[in-house]
Ligand binder design. Structure first.
Ligand code: ADP
Length: 423
């Protein structure tokens, strides 16, 4: 089966979100971490998402890595390219949505590209080009104060217009509501008016399906993971994608000892640690000891002694007052880096010792562990909790089953349940 959809995501968790969406809608999907090496062998998949870190880097770098990813995906035969960014359109007047989209459109000869970050399921809707989060305009939410990408203008036609020299038009909701043929006609009209971009309104899931259908022939589609919902059906309608049902989420079996690593200090993670500790052994890392070069070998030795009995937990997570005390002594960044490095080192040592099933709590913590283990890609499986799929590694190294959970995700019994859902 040839590759159908090739996606480029501007950050890691956004990529996972998109993959999760595609799997839920019947496409076997793999997430690659960074631009893959040329000879990486893909398993049999329908969609690939290359996860970049291009949301806030200089636009030139974002364009370069996105084009590299594009070339790789096209060599693999991808029929349609999806550029995924955040559902709150996180960007600055310099980019990177405009510059990356322009570069992709040029290389793909795309006459016009839609931009639709809407994700009604999570309250992100667009009306008359204005992005809402719940019942507030984007500019009236916490996003107005984001440290890297403050979003102070809710009008996406204007926001994108600042990031590109090309003309940006609007497909307004009354058109979307009338169906895919009307959206297609409006896009043709915009193209004749000289537009190369079109913000597309969207209020509910049905609109996402309409928009998806309308862009079936577009070489490039851009948006949040919501608008990707409508794309698998296009391939099915053309007989290119069989009805896979739950089989789209099937993963190869992985056997071996299980380890949970927690570096997130979110309320959800703290609760999940408590729930796990009531059932299974755990070991706590003390950042003050890590600062003295102590604690890592001890944690590894402890885990090796207990792994044969079932899953074990190593955590650094602490309640806010303890974290503040540690940060006061070590500095916020040093404390974070020490814990992340320790988690990375422990993961490496214990995978070497035979661990094959890993649950990691914390966005930064997951990033550090994935990097330390040299993981090239993940086949995406069934959802454990909203937004968090079970995965299995692909590429070099031993095959590992992984669940990577950031911040506040997951119910209280997440750790043990993840290990049940994982293959
Ligand atoms: P989340 O997804 O919840 O934001 P992250 O892993 O991204 O979790 O961030 C948590 C940060 O807190 C990491 O940098 C981690 O190293 C750091 N950290 C973990 N435990 C402690 C602690 N006890 N004291 C200080 N910092 C900590």
């Amino acid at each position: 089966m040839p590759l159908l959809l090739g996606a480029i995501a501007d950050d890691f968790t956004g990529a996972t979100d998109l993959c999760n969406m595609l799997v839920r809608h019947g496409m076997r999907t793999v997430q690659l971490i960074g631009v893959p090496r040329p000879d990486l062998e893909l398993p049999e998949v329908d969609a690939v998402t290359v996860a970049l870190k291009s949301r806030t880097c200089p636009a030139k770098e974002a364009v370069a890595s996105s084009l590299e990813a594009l070339d790789w995906l096209r060599r693999e035969g991808a029929r349609q390219i999806f550029f995924k960014y955040c559902s709150t359109f996180d960007s600055t007047p310099e980019g990177n949505i405009g510059p990356v989209g322009d570069a992709l459109a040029d290389r793909l000869d795309a006459a016009i590209a839609i931009a639709c970050p809407a994700f009604p399921e999570t309250g992100r809707t667009i009306y008359m080009g204005h992005l809402f989060v719940g019942d507030r305009l984007l500019s009236e939410t916490h996003m107005a104060h984001h440290p890297l990408t403050p979003m102070t203008d809710p009008d996406l036609v204007r926001v994108l217009g600042r990031q590109t020299p090309r003309k940006v038009g609007l497909v307004a909701w009354p058109t979307v509501r009338r169906g895919a043929a009307f959206v297609r006609d409006r896009l043709t009209e915009l193209r004749h008016e000289g537009c190369r971009w079109a913000i597309v309104d969207c209020l509910e899931d049905e609109d996402l399906l309409t928009i998806g259908e309308a862009v079936a022939d577009h070489p490039l589609v851009t948006g949040g993971s919501g608008v990707a919902m409508g794309l698998p059906a296009n391939f099915r309608r053309r007989g290119l994608l069989p009805d896979r049902g739950a089989e789209a989420a099937a993963l190869p079996a992985v056997a071996g000892p299980a380890l949970v690593l927690a570096g997130s200090c979110s309320a959800a993670t703290l609760g999940q640690i408590e729930a796990f500790r009531a059932e299974r052994p755990s070991h706590r890392l003390d950042p003050l000891r890590l600062a003295k070069g102590e604690g890592i070998a001890e944690a590894v030795a402890w885990a090796r002694d207990h792994l044969a009995t079932g899953p074990v937990l190593i955590y650094a997570s602490a309640p806010p007052e303890e974290v503040r005390a540690v940060q006061a002594e070590l500095g916020r960044e040093r404390a974070g880096a020490l814990v992340e490095e320790a988690m990375a080192e422990i993961a490496r040592a214990l995978v070497e010792a035979g661990v094959r099933r890993l649950v990691v709590a914390g966005g930064e913590t997951s990033g550090a562990v994935v990097k330390a283990l040299g993981i090239e890609g993940l086949a995406i499986g069934p959802q454990i909790d909203p937004g968090v799929p079970a995965t299995v590694t692909i590429g070099r190294g031993p095959r590992l089953a992984l669940a990577l959970k950031s911040g506040n995700f997951g119910r209280h019994d997440f750790f043990l349940r993840a290990l049940e859902v994982m293959p």
